[in-house]
Design a protein around this ligand. Sequence first.
Ligand code: NAD
Length: 503
Amino acid sequence: MRDITHFIDGASVAGVSGRYSDVYDPNTGEVQARVALANQAEIDTAVAAAVRAQALWATVNPQRRARVMFEFKRLVESRLDELARLLSSEHGKVLADSRGDLQRGLEVIEFACGIPHALKGEYTEGAGPGIDVYSMRQPIGVGAGITPFNFPGMIPMWMFGVAIATGNSFILKPSEKDPSVPVRLAELFMEAGGAAGVEVKGVLNVVHGDKSAVDAILTHPDIKGVSFVGSSDIAQYVYMTGAEHGKRVQAMGGAKNHGIVLPDADLDQVVKDLSGAAFGSAGERCMALPVVVPVGAKTADELRERMVAEIASLKVGVSTDADAHYGPVVSAAHRQKIADYIKLGADEGAELVVDGRDFALQGYEKGFFIGPTLFDNVKPAMRTYQEEIFGPVLQIVRAETLDEAIALPSQHQYGNGVAIFTRNGRAAREFAAKVNVGMVGINVPIPVPVAYHTFGGWKRSAFGDTNQHGLEGVKFWTKIKTVTARWPEGAVEDSAFVIPTMR
Ligand code: NAD
């Protein structure tokens, strides 16, 4: 059995806790490796290495840190196929999608290559007599990232790309379900330091684990900031526990994104967009579109009919099948959870138009596959509407007016992403302004912002104040220091017993 080890202080380190978690190949349903789960002492060792490394790393000038990022980007790109294969073998998404996962992460690394510019402070000359004021952004110290299974390449890079470029060292606790790619990324980062001629030992550490490791991170006094992405209840727990222990915390949670379809939308395009956004990656994306809201009965009937035909054309296959639209879900337990939601939806009275539960792939009967599923006449009071399913299940919720359609995502507990499909610019503009959701697409089904903008939802989709990557990321991983400097000339000035003001 292959053991997946931690990566601490620049080297692979076997786990000593005696606790392991199985890592499956979701295509075959077989265990392919086991991953060590860290205990408190192992987190302590990693943090001690990160503290040592950070003292040196923070003195490396921003341009040289950027050079390491350039090398890292080059190395990841040169191994993109190997990394995508590894990612697919543990996650189950198809190879092209795994390459996309890594590519979206690399876009944040590209942003990090320009970090000298983002770290420039502000300067005011002559704020008072002989007084200048300037600000600088300094690293917070040791940062930690706790990441979900669904983007094992992109989400770690969202976090450590910006954290490290801004002068912090980092502890990454990836999902125990697909832990290999994060380790390979840390190894390549070490190599990048060597290629750039900069010491990076201990700057990026990967420690695997479950709740015990997360708790050790959240309570460790030397970890100053925690970035989390995962499900909402755990995000809230991470946010509250981390904050209670004096850390800054950003914690992204679950989602239930809606696609609003107005009667004037190009339905041919909408069906293609919905199909990719609802079923791509087996629906295991926080920016998937699992709910579609057609406005008006005519739009709804037409959309439903075309969607049924589109679903019939989809191919579910193994990750390495270049013709497959999507692969298996991540685990047997997750497949069961999705099947249970489909049963619940039917029991609640929604109309089950296409049922994917009986799907099986010949030769891969033990793989974690589930077919595309479509519900119509889903109502806001249903649990299957209110909760995140995170599988290849599309729900049609019918609305009569644009206002009714805007109210649905706006009142939902989650507020990650939303999209509107229309040819009417004024309606789209009004929608974007009014909707109570963090990321909006206009004829864009998966509106994940580009790396130099910033990613984050609203309501129970994100706890904390700062988003991922872009300048918000720089803000999260740095502390601002403001210096007021006076270089007096001439006679000694009198003591000031009142608060100094700028006259
Ligand atoms: P998860 O919440 O089960 O796990 C996330 C991380 O938390 C993992 O590293 C896991 O080891 C750790 N963890 C698990 N149980 C824990 C516990 N009891 N205490 C502390 N830590 C614990 O999420 P997942 O199933 O890996 O990922 C899917 C979820 O992530 C979905 O809800 C999805 O919407 C969400 N997600 C959100 C975003 C976003 O940006 N908003 C992006 C991707 C995924």
